[in-house]
Design a protein around this ligand. Structure first.
Ligand SMILES: *[C@@H]1O[C@H](CO)[C@@H](O)[C@H](O)[C@H]1NC(C)=O
Ligand SMILES: *[C@@H]1O[C@H](CO)[C@@H](O)[C@H](O)[C@H]1NC(C)=O
Ligand SMILES: *[C@@H]1O[C@H](CO)[C@@H](O)[C@H](O)[C@H]1NC(C)=O
Ligand SMILES: *[C@@H]1O[C@H](CO)[C@@H](O)[C@H](O)[C@H]1NC(C)=O
Ligand SMILES: *[C@@H]1O[C@H](CO)[C@@H](O)[C@H](O)[C@H]1NC(C)=O
Length: 567
C-alpha cells in the first residue's frame, strides 16, 4: 500500500471505530491509535503528507501501563504514551531545513506550502502511523543523581526509514505536557527554539555528529518565563522544533532502570540499542555489553575532541543530555567560545564552571563512569574489569583525537616530534591575548607564508593581527614555518585549501543568535534564514554573511550578553 493509501485507510477505520459504543477501559495499541486518528480527523482538511511513520520502539520496548499525561513516578517501562498539545493559532512556519526535508525525510520542498505540514511538525496533527511517546529516563545532573527526569516537553512521533535505508526518529520539542513534566508547562519559547534549530543544523554542517532540526514553528501562545531566574517573569511565545536523530536514547535511559532495579528492562533496552545501532556487534556475542561500552567510550572521546576543535561548549553535560550514540543532543545554554579561554562557561549561572569548555573531556569521563555503573548488572566481574580498563584509555583516545584535529587545523601532514608543543604554544599565546578562537585559525588558513614570514599581517586579519602583538608570536611563527617547510611536496596554496576546509569562517556566535532572535520575536525571520543559509556552508566565504558582519570582531554590545538558562 502506498503511504497515502495507508493514511486514508487509517482515517476511514477511525470513522468506523467512532460509531461503536462501548470502548473498553484498557485499550490495545491499535485501538488507541484508531482513537487518536479519530480525534485528529476533524481538525483540518484531509490532505495528507506522504510521510508514514512506524513504531518499532513501541513494539520492542515496555510501555507504561498507566494512561494519561498527569505527572507521576513511572515504573518498569521505557515509554509512556502521550499526545502532543497543539499550539495556539496562528502558527508560522519560521524556518525549515531543506537538507533535512529532502535528504532525511525524502519530502519534496513544495510540502511546506501545505497547512497540514505546519500542523504535523508542531503537534496539531499526527503524521500517518504516528503513536506519540514520551521517554522515561533519569540522570546525573551537576554531579548528583536526579531520579526520574524524562521527556517533559518532547514527544517522539515515530520512526521513518528513508530511501537510503536510514532509520530516523522524529521528535517534537515544546509540544506540551507529559507524565514527566514535573513542574514545567511542556512548552519551549521562541528564543531557545531558534537557538536549537540553528545550532543543531550548524553543527551538522561543521561535520560534528549531532541531532538535526527539520522545522521551527512559532505561535501566539503565551508562555511565561523568568529568563534569568531573578523573579522577573515575562510573557514570551511558544514554539516547536521538530528534531531528528538516529536515536534519542541517553546514558540516563539506562541509569534509571538500574537505579530502580528493573534489570529485565535494562537488558531489553540495551539489547535493542545494540541490535539497532551497533550492528557490527553480534547479538550472540557473550561480551556484547562490554564491546558496546568500549564503542561508546571511544565515540564520546571523539565527539568531545570534535567539540573542542570548533570551540563548542555544550553547557549542560549531564548524563541525561549525553547520547548513547555519541551525537550532540539537547541544545540549551551552549556557546561557541570567542576569546580563547579554557574556563569559558556558556551558562551564565554556572558559577563554579562545572561545564566550562575546558572541563568537557573530564565531564565526559564522569558520564561514562555512570554509564558503566548502569551496565554493571549485565556484566560478569571479568567484563567489568575489562570495562574499567577501557575507561582508563579514554583520556588517551581523547588526547590523540584532539591532537589530530588541531594538527589538521594547523595544516600539518604526518607526525613530527614537536607537533603537540606547537599546538600548546599557539593556544597559550591565544589565551594570553584573548584571541578569537574561530578567526585566529581561519586567518591562519588565509594568510600567506610570506606574510607570516615578513610579519606583514594585514589589519583586516583582525584576530591574527591582535595575536601577533604577543612577545613570543615571532618565535611561534618560526617554529611553525619550519614545521611546514619540512613537508616537501606541499605548496602554500594546498596548505591554505586544506586548512580552510577544517577552520570555519562562520560559527553561531551568541550575538548572531541574539540578533536573529530579537527579530524573530517580532515575526521577522529574515536573519534566522540568513544565518541558517550561512551556516550551511561555514567554510565558504559568502557575500551576504560578510555584509552582515559574521566574520567581524563581535560588536561591543555582545560583551554584555548573558545566555538565559530558562527555555
Ligand atoms: C516537487 O513537486 C513539484 C510540484 O508537485 C514538482 O514540480 C517538482 O518537480 C518536485 N520536485 C522534486 C525535486 O521532486
Ligand atoms: C572510534 O570512533 C571513531 C569515530 O566514530 C571511529 O572513526 C574509530 O574507528 C573508532 N575506533 C575504534 C577503535 O573503534
Ligand atoms: C539537559 O539538561 C538540563 C539540565 O539538567 C535539563 O534541564 C534539560 O531538560 C536537559 N535537556 C533535555 C532536552 O532533556
Ligand atoms: C546553569 O548552571 C546553574 C548552576 O550550576 C544550574 O543551576 C542551572 O541549572 C544551569 N542551567 C541549565 C540550563 O542547565
Ligand atoms: C623541537 O623543539 C625543540 C625545543 O624547542 C628543538 O630544540 C628541536 O630542534 C625541535 N625539533 C624539531 C624537529 O623541530
Amino acid at each position: 500500500m502506498t503511504s497515502r493509501g495507508f493514511a486514508l485507510f487509517l482515517l476511514f477505520s477511525a470513522v468506523a471505530r467512532a460509531d461503536e459504543q462501548d470502548v473498553p477501559e484498557r485499550k490495545s495499541c491499535d485501538e488507541r491509535e484508531l482513537e487518536r486518528n479519530r480525534f485528529y480527523t476533524d481538525v483540518k482538511t484531509h490532505r495528507e503528507i506522504s510521510l508514514t511513520l512506524s513504531h518499532k520502539l513501541l513494539d520492542a520496548l515496555p510501555l507504561d501501563e498507566v494512561d494519561g499525561r498527569f505527572i507521576r513516578a513511572v515504573k518498569v517501562c521505557v515509554f509512556s504514551q502521550s499526545q502532543p498539545t497543539p499550539l495556539k493559532d496562528p502558527l508560522t512556519l519560521a524556518a525549515v531545513s531543506q537538507d533535512a526535508l529532502r535528504n532525511i525525510l525524502d519530502l519534496n520542498e513544495s510540502v511546506i506550502q501545505n497547512e497540514e505540514f505546519v500542523l504535523c511538525v508542531s503537534g496539531g496533527k499526527l503524521f500517518p502511523g504516528s503513536i506519540p511517546l514520551a521517554h522515561r529516563y533519569g540522570g546525573h545532573q551537576f554531579g548528583y543523581w536526579s531520579e526520574q527526569l524524562g521527556d517533559g516537553r518532547a514527544h517522539l512521533l515515530g520512526e521513518y526509514t528513508n530511501r537510503k535505508g536510514e532509520r530516523w526518529e522524529l521528535q517534537l520539542k515544546g509540544s506540551g505536557k507529559t507524565p514527566y513534566s514535573r513542574s514545567g508547562d511542556g512548552r519551549a519559547v521562541i528564543r531557545s527554539s531558534v537557538r536549537e534549530f540553528l545550532c543543531s543544523e550548524a553543527m551538522h554542517f561543521l561535520g560534528v555528529p549531532t541531532s538535526r532540526a527539520l522545522s521551527l514553528v512559532v505561535s501566539e501562545e503565551p508562555v511565561w518565563r523568568d529568563r534569568f531566574y531573578d523573579g522577573n517573569v515575562i510573557k514570551e511565545r511558544g514554539a516547536v522544533v521538530l528534531r531528528l536523530a538516529r536515536s534519542w536514547f541517553r546514558i540516563g535511559s539506562l541509569e534509571i532502570l538500574t537505579r530502580s532495579g528493573e534489570f529485565d528492562v535494562l537488558r531489553t533496552l540495551s539489547d535493542f540499542v545494540i541490535k539497532e545501532h551497533f550492528k557490527s556487534i553480534a547479538t550472540n556475542n557473550p561480551d556484547k555489553y562490554a564491546v558496546f561500552f568500549s564503542r561508546v567510550v571511544n565515540e564520546t572521546a571523539h565527539l568531545i575532541a570534535h567539540w573542542m576543535s570548533v570551540g563548542f561548549a555544550h553547557g549542560v553535560c549531564n548524563t541525561d543530555n549525553f547520547s548513547l550514540l555519541s551525537i550532540t543532543i539537547d541544545y540549551g545554554p551552549f556557546g561557541f567560545m570567542e576569546s580563547y579561554d579554557p574556563n569559558f562557561v556558556p551558562n551564565s549561572s554556572d558559577d563554579e564552571g562545572r561545564y566550562s569548555i575546558g572541563a568537557q573531556a573530564d565531564v565526559g569521563l564522569f558520564n561514562l563512569q555512570k554509564l558503566l555503573e548502569a551496565l554493571k548488572p549485565l556484566l560478569t566481574s571479568d567484563q567489568l574489569s575489562q570495562c574499567q580498563q577501557i575507561l582508563r584509555e579514554y583520556s588517551q583516545t581523547y588526547h590523540q583525537r584532539f591532537r589530530e584535529l588541531f594538527k589538521a587545523k594547523l595544516g600539518f601532514l604526518g607526525n613530527q616530534e614537536n607537533d603537540s608543543y606547537l599546538i600548546a604554544f599557539l593556544l597559550k599565546l591565544m589565551e594570553d591575548t584573548g584571541a578569537d578562537f574561530t578567526m585566529t585559525f581561519r586567518q591562519l588558513s588565509e594568510v600567506t607564508l610570506s606574510q607570516l614570514q615578513t610579519g606583514a599581517i594585514p589589519l583586516s586579519m583582525w584576530a591574527l593581527s591582535g595575536l601577533s602583538s604577543h612577545e613570543y608570536f615571532r618565535d611561534w611563527v618560526q617554529l611553525y614555518l619550519k614545521r611546514l617547510s619540512r613537508m616537501k611536496s606541499d605548496s602554500d596554496a594546498a596548505r591554505q585549501h586544506r586548512m580552510q576546509g577544517v577552520n570555519p569562517r562562520y560559527v553561531l556566535r551568541n550575538w548572531m543568535a541574539e540578533s536573529a532572535i530579537r527579530k524573530a520575536e517580532k515575526n521577522d525571520f529574515s536573519e534566522v534564514t540568513l544565518l541558517q543559509k550561512t551556516l550551511t556552508e561555514p567554510f565558504v566565504e559568502q557575500e551576504e554573511a560578510e555584509k552582515a558582519g559574521y566574520s567581524n570582531k563581535p560588536p561591543s554590545w555582545a560583551q554584555q550578553l548573558r545566555v538565559s538558562c530558562s527555555s
